[in-house]
Design a protein around this ligand. Structure first.
Ligand SMILES: *Cc1c(COP(=O)(O)O)cnc(C)c1O
Length: 379
């Protein structure tokens, strides 16, 4: 198999056979002419069922995650919803890491639990805790590593073994790492989930999601939900995402080196209680991360001495780190998870510390980013 960057640039991205255009054109058509009733050109009939731009993205994603099937959705949560509908029935239990993306927990607790699905959470950095929380009805183990926003690390190979012994589907949300830094399917996970809004898209200009698997039966079920429910990625967003994937490797290398530099500059800062970054040797998951990732990614979180007021003062003072939800774009962002990304889990077991700030370290010059955040911490 060719290398990651070669596949990122060429898989699913053939030049246009009619014109020779190096970049495949965007197919904005919602419907496709039939040569006779039921005789389709290349299988295309109607845009919800299939679109060449979406198919090209799906091929590229399947290749990059080491899967056989990928499905591109209108958002990460739309993909998660389709996946869970494909797997769960009333009475099934979902065991989720206790610091997943707030919206993922909300999706299950507010949409699936009322339909009879059971949900509980555990600390997935502690596999004994996971083992103890598995029930006879456990159908899904849902992990995010590194996790959001505390940057906890789960041993994916060990978790997959545990999940399979229990007969559960092991789902890895690979949004924070991206397929360039981590390949959950190769480590034993059954399904990879992405918010392509984040690193895969990488430029803060699209909202999208993806499901990738090498399990043909599960792929059939997810494909049917994608078609039957219809939360598909638009052709234009799919095309932009294929464009973005071509630079994923170089972006992730720069995100990782910048985040490492920012984290190292912040360690021991008198205004901070803690710096969470798996690239720091003092991080409790450092060794596992070093083994299962090829870099530590662009996300850093910090806990500010004092409390919420001190943390909120810092987000008012940074200039390059702009205050916004989301992550994974070329520009640096800062967020206050307890009132922003994780506001939906306030008061639950997933609530995050109120002195926590999350940094999405962009690909600007590291020295400028360090100056920006340390200046904000000092004043
Ligand atoms: C943003 C995010 C999601 C949800 O994706 P959307 O594209 O916003 O629907 C899921 N998981 C993680 C880790 C995320 O950061």
């Amino acid at each position: 198999m060719t290398g990651f960057s070669t596949r990122a640039i060429h898989d699913g991205q053939p030049f246009d056979p009619r014109t020779g255009a190096v970049v495949p054109p965007i197919f904005l058509s919602s419907t496709f002419v039939q040569d006779g009733v039921g005789t389709f050109r290349d299988g295309y009939e109607y845009g919800r069922g299939g679109n060449p731009s979406r198919d090209q993205l799906q091929q590229q994603l399947a290749s990059l995650e080491g899967g056989t099937h990928a499905f591109a959705f209108g958002s990460g949560l739309a993909g998660e919803d389709a996946l869970l509908r494909a797997i769960l029935k009333p009475g099934d239990h979902v065991l989720m890491a206790n610091d997943v993306y707030g919206g993922t927990h909300r999706l299950v607790s507010r949409m699936f639990v009322p339909w009879g699905v059971e949900l509980s959470t555990a600390d997935f950095a502690d596999l004994d805790a996971v083992r103890a929380a598995i029930r006879p009805t456990t159908k899904v183990l849902w992990v995010e590593t590194p996790s959001n926003p505390l940057m906890k690390i789960t041993d994916l190979a060990a978790l997959a073994e545990l999940g399979h012994a229990a007969g559960a589907v092991v789902v890895a949300d690979n949004t924070f790492a991206s397929p360039f830094l981590q390949q959950p399917l190769a480590l034993g996970a059954d399904v990879v989930v992405h918010s392509t809004t984040k690193y895969v898209g990488g430029h803060s200009d699209i909202v999208g999601g993806a499901i990738v698997t090498a399990d043909a039966e599960l792929a059939d079920a997810v494909g049917f939900v994608q078609f039957g429910v219809g939360a598909v990625n638009s052709p234009f967003d799919a095309w932009l995402t294929t464009r973005s994937l071509k630079t994923l490797a170089v972006r992730m290398e720069r995100h990782s080196s910048n985040a490492q530099a920012v984290a190292e500059a912040l360690v021991g800062h008198p205004a901070l209680e803690a710096v969470h970054y798996p690239g720091l040797p003092t991080h409790p998951g450092h060794e596992i991360a070093a083994r299962q990732m090829s870099g530590f990614g662009g996300m850093v979180s910090i806990q500010v001495r004092g409390g919420a007021d001190e943390a909120l003062a810092i987000v008012r003072r940074t200039e390059l780190f702009q205050l916004a939800e989301s992550l994974g774009g070329v520009e640096s962002l800062i967020c206050y998870p307890s009132e922003m990304t994780h506001a939906s889990v306030k008061g639950t077991e997933l609530a995050v510390p109120t002195n926590l700030l999350r940094l999405s370290v962009g690909i600007e010059d590291a020295a400028d980013l360090i100056t920006d955040i340390t200046t904000a911490l000092q004043s």
